[in-house]
Design a protein around this ligand. Structure first.
Ligand SMILES: [Zn+2]
Length: 300
């Protein structure tokens, strides 16, 4: 810690974050920005997390941080109470009592370049990156390289089975690992990735003509229909594992510009904690496509 440089304030850190991730780049339904914290409070230590949940709040309290920067909004929908008897109210009370500010960069960090999916693509070794779904011209986020997801080239061609093992090795470790859909021996050279729930970009991955698409939270009907209609092979990791790589970039940004001590949470906040391999690993059955799926939803 320097004795000659002023300690940054919450407002200083927010200003740095918003230079890289302008709030105007967020989706309309999203809720980003400062959630808790006095703008003139000093910030010496920050914890970067994907989710603000009791476990990461406990981590923040134990580490004595002044601020949490999170990917997912704690409060996405309207609330009429933050009583400590409620799940989120308890978290809010804990943070305010401990003088911990909370800031959220969500879909504005997804579309940024570099953004959430660049970090994911980086883990997989992808090069020649371009957006999976470029930010629409005329929208605030429109600009070179910006948009949701990334498309890139693998360091070398891999079979789908090999790529699945590669992904499970280079992504943050979770209980569930990575599963894939498609012929295991299919050769993959180009890969689309999207951190978080990427269901709604299946058509973009097909249109891009990539060999495979890696994202999280894929569902039975959309995935089955996508494959049955000739779409790229699919890889499904946990939501947390696809977004956790971005925390390293976020921490580097905070260290470099604000000079704060930036810690990264490696606590797996995925709800899935147990995985059992089947007794024999035969080729998975191919399901008949079903066309009556409900509207895809996406909350990052
Ligand atoms: Zn997410």
């Amino acid at each position: 810690m320097s004795t000659t440089t002023a300690v940054p304030t919450v407002a200083d850190v927010v200003a740095e974050l918003e230079r890289r991730y302008p709030p105007s780049w967020a989706e309309e339904w999203d809720r980003v920005g400062l959630v808790l914290g006095e703008p003139d409070a000093q910030v010496r230590r920050v914890l970067c997390v994907v989710d603000v949940v009791p476990e990461t709040v406990a981590e923040a309290l134990a580490a004595g941080v002044d601020m949490i920067v999170a990917h997912h909004p704690l409060l996405l929908r309207g609330v009429s109470s933050v009583a400590p008897t409620t799940y989120k109210g308890r978290i809010i009370h804990q943070l305010i009592k401990a003088d911990i500010a909370l800031y959220v960069a969500h879909t504005n960090a997804d579309v940024a370049a570099p953004g959430v999916s660049d970090a994911l693509a980086g883990r997989l070794g992808l090069t020649d990156l371009r957006p999976l779904q470029p930010a629409r011209p005329g929208t605030p986020a429109a600009g070179e390289g910006r948009g949701v997801g990334r498309i890139g080239r693998l360091p070398r061609p891999m079979s789908l089975a090999e790529l699945t093992r590669h992904a499970a090795t280079v992504l943050p470790v979770t209980a569930v690992g990575v599963r894939a859909a498609g012929a295991p021996d299919r050769i993959v050279r180009t890969l689309a990735v999207c951190g978080g729930s990427g269901d709604s970009f299946l058509a973009d991955a097909s249109a891009a003509g990539v060999d495979a698409y890696l994202t999280a939270d894929l569902r039975h009907h959309p995935a089955g229909e996508h494959l049955a209609t000739g779409g790229p092979a699919l890889l499904d990791a946990t939501h947390w594992a696809t977004e956790r790589p971005w925390l390293d970039d976020l921490a580097a940004l905070l260290r470099g510009t604000s000079g704060v001590e930036a810690l990264v949470s490696d606590l797996d906040t995925s709800p899935w904690t147990v995985h059992a391999a089947p007794p024999s690993t035969g080729r998975p059955a191919v399901a008949e496509p079903v066309a009556d799926d409900k509207e895809p939803d996406r909350e990052g």
